[in-house]
Design a protein around this ligand. Sequence first.
Ligand SMILES: [Fe+2]
Length: 439
Amino acid sequence: MATLHAAYALLSLAPLLVVSDPPVVYTQPEQVHLSYPGVPGSMVVTWTTFNSTDSLVEYSPWGGRLFDKSAQGSATLFVDSGSEKRKMYIHRVTLSDLKPGSRYVYHCGSEMGWSDMFWFKPLDDTSTSPSFALYGDLGNENPQSLARLQKETQTGILDAILHIGDFAYDMHEDNARVGDEFMRQIQSIAAYVPYMTCPGNHEATYNFSNYRNRFSMPGQSESLWYSWNIGPAHIISLSTEVYFYLEYGQELLFRQYEWLKRDLEEANKPESRAARPWIITMGHRPMYCSDDDQDDCTTFDSFIRRGRNDTKPPAPGLEDLFYLHGVDLELWAHEHTYERLWPVYGDKVYNGSTEDPYTNPKAPVHIITGSAGCRERTDKFNPNPKDWSAFRSTDYGYTHMQVVNRTHVYLGQVSDDQAGKVIDSIWIVKEKHGYDAWL
Ligand SMILES: [Fe+2]
């Protein structure tokens, strides 16, 4: 009987005796990526840990004594809004006084765990011919272009990557584990060159919080809109999503518009245009496209192009703003296709000439490049495109851009379906920039 009592007593204690999981400790850095803060000789390193650690980068010139320099930054706690309220620490360290032209090796983390070793070339502010890969709509699943981008990045032919919205599909899913996995996938490119971003509609959940927390773009807008200079180009990144998610604050649309206006005015000052003749914009949803879906860009009164009349006050669109400020080139994604437009304004074509449409064009040039690869596959085209549609492809791929000098920009479309073949290319040649170039 005594034994039975003892057994019952033990059973009643059972819930207390259950061995709980050991405390979870994840101090290993992961999801390492670079961004350019807009200050020559600088680079920002961003990464994630799941427990709090210091934020250190150790680095050194390529070929020198390893890690003889170090820089410290800080971490912010990001709590995902999913049901598990997962926590992660986003670390940011700014490296400065880097010598352009030379390569650096680095690792990041803390005494509680270091990343693999990566390398990068600081951007040369005066670099005459920066090269880019650009695309949008790259997912965690079916990221078809990623292997080619990994090889190109690691062979050193790119100075920066522009990811024009829509990441991971979607970063918030599975309590943000899809975001973690995607950021691990792109570490293979984003830890080597600045990975410059803008938000797309797939980032919208929980008010773009995964996007705003995981990236580190220049300026004070939580990576939503900003501009930066590289070689002869001024690049403006913007959120087209402010036109669609009014529930997150209609004032964002107007704040961005005012910021864009000021930034364009500054970029158009004679001394600015003399130093940076090219003004290039990137935003996720295009103002024109000829896809066979019901997206904004398929409508004549596209919100992005013409604004919205159902807001108080009415919200201005971007076409007039960009045209009046002489934007040279507008990069878009969202449509899972590639489309090159003839120079266009107000739904009309303004080619430079019949023989050389892109030599001294009389309106901005638009490129839509949203076919990097994602679970939604590629889109279909409308069989009857408008006059402004110059070339279209439904191949998976991405775009190369080189701002060669003050007068020449090269654009080429790489088809991943066709083993890297360049299926379309143009040179934009401009002897004159700014609004006067249209006249
Ligand atoms: Fe999109």
